[in-house]
Design a protein around this ligand. Structure first.
Ligand SMILES: Nc1nc2c(ncn2[C@@H]2O[C@H](COP(=O)(O)OP(=O)(O)OP(=O)(O)O)[C@@H](O)[C@H]2O)c(=O)[nH]1
Ligand SMILES: [Mg+2]
Length: 465
């Protein structure tokens, strides 16, 4: 448990650096009110420190010589009803880096210090305003790249995952009580609660199983989907990449082997974030640069969530090309959308060895000269994305820390389950194990996490959060 908690007053810009009319600077801590009073001059001629909490005041930030730094609004909030739980003053000023810097310098000269990454949120946790899971949800919320991630992190911020963990905890406490009772009354035959305890443990194990479903796929919810364009040289991958993107990002020429490096571009579509990846065309090449490019194409196919496998509809495939397509299809058929490009030209059928790819996959005849066909392909990608997201059933978005803790919890409970299946249960040992599990579950919500563990969580945050 963390007891020594930093009472220094901290300051940081909470809004991102960059263009925009207004910026927000937050001061939080024991001396927030005195520091803000020292650097402010209100239009009302009153002092911030004398004014009622949760009020807004118009005035200026001034330096020690009394010169105006900026015309601002002061949002005055006494603890504990603040984000951090501490006295807080937020200053909305004009968004100019020199102004913001001068305001921060002024506060530093009056005894504040710069906040570290995530320090406001860390204080919110230490002051029991939110638990660690909710703090992590704030970070997820800010970085959500898809609507689905946004919804899930918002639910988590409102405590949905914390509730699930609390419910696990209360069941564990009940199991512990039953175990202790069985131990106390070990001599009385009918006062053994092994069966009930086992039922509780199995129930919790089932809950954990749902919580951690498809953890690996959750990165798609978090970061969006990765869509790779893979295929033979000159098939039209770069042209298609540009068409889907709506701009001429990749170089297109009729020279086979034009693209060598991977080219990535992101776009928002239907509430999701797509990363399109253009790759080097697959062929035997003596050129070492191109060879490296082709190696990266295969790696990209492996890592992608969706592969657009592009066929050149206007050229006969070589047997080598055909073998590569067959191999790719064998490995990744679930995530492949087959695309037959150049549908404006005379169609040349694929060789027999490749025919099953075309037969088994819905093929999209696309031509970069026909914009409608690109729109149809985009709809098909969208369908595939929806399919992917539907497969991800986990009610919560877990991060690596939470997932690893759940795994440990599961392992401990499985050990207990084994113990409960033995003929003569040692309730003393059982109680001991149940206490360990309880300690583990409180680490999830941050109630028993070490200082180092807490710091590791907040290092992921940005300054000003
Ligand atoms: N007629 C026609 N030509 C196309 C179409 N798509 C691409 N092309 C042409 O095909 C040639 C190759 O196109 P790219 O987009 O560079 O092909 P790529 O698959 O990226 O080729 P590499 O980067 O060399 O692997 C260019 O001359 C394009 O103009 C199409 O739908 N119809
Ligand atoms: Mg290309």
């Amino acid at each position: 448990m963390i007891t020594n908690h930093d009472d220094q007053t901290i300051i940081a810009q909470c809004t991102p650096t960059g263009s925009g009319a207004i910026a927000l600077v937050r001061i939080s801590g024991q001396h927030a009110l005195t520091i803000a009073t020292a650097l402010s001059k209100l239009a009302s001629n009153k002092h911030l420190i004398d004014l009622p909490t949760h009020t807004i005041h118009y005035g200026w930030v001034v330096n020690s010589a009394g010169n105006h730094i900026d015309q601002v609004l002061f949002l005055l909030m006494h603890g504990p009803k603040t984000f951090t739980g501490q006295d807080t003053v937020e200053i909305t000023c004009h968004n100019n880096p020199f102004i913001i810097e001068a305001i921060i310098q002024e506060a530093l000269s009056h005894g504040a210090r710069l906040a570290q990454s995530g320090e406001f949120t860390k204080r919110a946790v230490l002051n029991n305003k939110i638990d660690l899971i909710q703090a992590e949800a704030i970070n997820e919320l800010i970085h959500a790249n898809t609507q689905s991630a946004l919804k899930k992190s918002l639910a988590q911020l409102e405590g949905s995952f914390s509730h699930a963990i609390k419910s696990i905890e209360s069941h564990l406490i009940k199991a512990l009580a039953l175990s202790e009772a069985s131990f106390e009354f070990i001599d009385e035959e009918d006062l053994e609660f092994g069966k009930q305890i086992l039922a509780i443990v199995e129930n919790i194990l089932a809950t954990i199983a749902t919580l951690k479903i498809n953890f690996d796929q959750q990165k798609q919810i978090r970061q969006g989907v990765r869509i790779a364009l893979i295929g033979a040289v000159n098939a039209g991958k770069s042209s298609l990449f540009n068409a889907l993107l709506g701009k001429n990002r990749a170089i297109v020429t009729n020279i086979a082997g034009t693209t060598r490096d991977l080219i990535e571009a992101g776009l928002y579509r239907h509430g999701n974030y797509w990363t399109l990846i253009d790759t080097a065309g697959l062929r035997q090449s003596a050129d070492c640069i191109e060879q490296e490019g082709i190696k990266r194409s295969f790696d990209t196919a492996h890592d992608a969530d969706i592969i657009l496998l592009v066929f050149d509809g206007a050229r006969a495939m070589t047997p080598e090309e055909c073998a590569v397509y067959v191999e790719l299809y064998a490995q990744y058929h679930n995530k492949i959308i087959a695309v037959r490009n150049k549908s404006d030209l005379e169609h040349i059928p694929v060789p027999f060895e490749c025919a099953h790819i075309i037969e088994k996959t819905k093929v999209f005849a696309v031509s970069n000269t026909l914009p409608e066909s690109v729109i149809v392909l985009e709809k098909q990608i969208q369908l595939k994305v929806t399919e992917l997201f539907q497969a991800i059933e986990s009610p919560f978005l877990l991060n690596r820390r939470q997932f690893n803790l759940l795994l440990t919890l599961e392992q401990q409970l499985q050990d207990i389950q084994t113990l409960l299946h033995t003929s003569s249960i040692s309730y003393e040992l059982l109680s001991h194990h149940l206490q360990d599990v309880l300690a583990q579950s409180t680490e999830l919500t941050g109630k028993s996490i070490s200082e180092a563990g807490m710091d590791a969580v907040f290092r992921e945050f940005c300054v000003g959060k």
